[in-house]
Design a protein. Structure first.
Length: 275
């Protein structure tokens, strides 16, 4: 907040200076902005450097020499700011990797098989007898996608979504049409591609030893059953692992973009200052 206020104050001061300058003082004012930009770069305050350089180009377009020197400074400001962004992003990636490393021992990997196109990770706290119980479990795909799978005895409820309830709070999945053609003796619905995220976030928010109730809803009727605190914890941990895993790919892509931007700025800096 203080930083934002200081930037606003800086802009106000520069605007006042621009409005009060006469022709004889324009060169001095433009030179001052160049010096201020150079000082900001030297102390790694690249946001301020951009403010000074932008003020120079917009306020003193006729000051050719100062403009040229300001233009020569811009690649260094871009390189410095980009380097800061790279360092911040690398710290976020290290944090995500550390969270994955801390969570992975609490999961087991299920490899692809004849009836399973893609493997997944499942919490060791998830019930082993999932298919014979009225419950829900969470899975995490290798890409970090969070998935909820339901299991309900019989085929009469025909539920299309599930609701997780604890006290006065609840969350639900998106709706998935019931497929009566599946050759299953039980109802089982897979909630993925973001439709289960609300339940994952909710499970994490109540992961303090509280049990929950799962409601199989949206069909001809509703059914409900209890989830133990251990089962809630398994869903919450799956959500945490999903968030950490899914964050890495876009951060890695962004890192490559920033590295390319940094190299371009450095090349421009060398070429400008060589001439």
């Amino acid at each position: 907040m203080c930083n934002a206020i200081s930037k606003i104050t800086m802009l106000a001061v520069i605007a006042a200076a621009l409005s009060s300058c006469g022709p004889d003082k324009e060169t001095e004012a433009a030179d001052r902005l160049v010096a201020q930009a150079k000082g900001a770069i030297d102390r790694s305050d690249f946001d301020s450097a951009f403010i000074y350089l932008d003020s120079l180009s917009s306020g003193y377009p006729r000051q050719i020499e100062a403009g040229r020197r300001g233009l020569a400074l811009r690649p260094a400001a871009i390189a410095g700011k980009t380097q800061q962004e790279i360092m911040e992003l690398q710290m976020l990636m290290q944090d995500a990797s550390a969270r994955i490393d801390s969570l992975r021992p609490r999961f087991k990997a299920v490899p692809p098989g004849d009836d399973l196109l893609e493997g997944y990770y499942i919490s060791v706290d998830a019930p082993d007898d999932f298919r014979s119980r009225n419950t829900v479990i969470a899975r995490v795909t290798p890409r970090g996608e969070f998935v909820i799978v339901s299991s309900l005895a019989g085929r009469t409820t025909r539920h299309t979504h599930i609701i997780l309830n604890s006290g006065q709070e609840s969350a639900k999945t998106g709706s998935v049409a019931f497929d009566a053609s599946l050759p299953l003796s039980r109802e089982s619905v897979r909630f993925a591609t973001g439709s289960a995220d609300e339940v994952g976030r909710f499970a994490e928010s109540i992961d303090d030893g509280r049990p929950a109730t799962v409601i199989f809803a949206g069909g001809k009727s509703e059914a409900k059953d209890k989830l133990s605190a251990k089962e809630v914890h398994a869903i919450a941990d799956s959500w945490r692992l999903s968030q950490a895993m899914s964050s890495l790919a876009p951060m890695a892509s962004r890192l490559e973009q920033l590295k390319a931007k940094l190299q371009l700025a450095r090349d421009q800096d060398v070429n400008i200052n060589k001439n």
